[in-house]
Design a protein around this ligand. Structure first.
Ligand SMILES: [Zn+2]
Length: 190
């Protein structure tokens, strides 16, 4: 979930400092530059499944299966925030996406996944992640100025952009070693 891949024409000047670069994959015409990547593994194509075979449906993949992702999510009895981050249910949503999608759908992060309309949540998630793919800065509010792209993520103690209630912050995880920070508006999310 860390870092980014940026696409350049071969020889084009990078828009970021070279010390952030962890990997470059290129052809004669184009190159993909990986910056701030936390982990890189290089494997032969035949072993790809060892790395990603356990992943759930991928909303950015050509074979996105919304029904299968919904089935896996709603069968997960943990909280929707934990279930959405488990890449075996659906691949691609990180902590920021979970916080923002749950705000936009008016769902508390502690709600058990089976109690959530997961089809609607996934539909919004897929549209958002596909729109953000082609932007330089991801945004959930539609505004891409720095500090204005999120409704709740990273905004603990600040007023909700919709109702003015102060945004709360907590911690939730599959187990105590994997807790992630959650953000929510106690008025907009029930
Ligand atoms: Zn609110």
């Amino acid at each position: 979930m860390d870092g980014a891949w940026l696409l350049y024409r071969a020889g084009e000047k990078w828009r970021h400092p070279a010390f952030k670069v962890r990997a470059i994959v290129g052809t004669a015409q184009r190159e993909a530059v990986g910056i701030d990547l936390a982990e890189i593994e290089v494997v032969p194509t035949r072993d790809e499944d060892d790395l990603v075979g356990h992943l759930g449906p991928d909303p950015l993949g050509p074979d996105w299966d919304a029904a299968e992702a919904a089935r896996r999510l709603s069968a997960d009895t943990r909280s929707i925030h934990v279930a959405l981050l488990d890449q075996r249910n659906v691949a691609g949503f990180g902590n920021e996406y979970a916080a923002e999608l749950l705000f936009l759908r008016g769902i508390l992060p502690t709600t058990p996944a089976p109690d959530v309309d997961v089809a609607a949540l996934l539909d919004l998630g897929v549209r958002t992640i596909r729109t953000n793919r082609d932007r330089r800065h991801r945004t959930f509010t539609g505004v891409d100025r720095p500090g204005q792209g999120t409704w709740v993520y990273g905004r603990a103690g600040k007023p909700c952009r919709r109702c003015g209630t102060l945004i709360r912050r907590g911690e939730q995880g599959a187990d105590p070693t994997r807790e992630r920070i959650t953000f929510w508006c106690p008025t907009c999310q029930r």
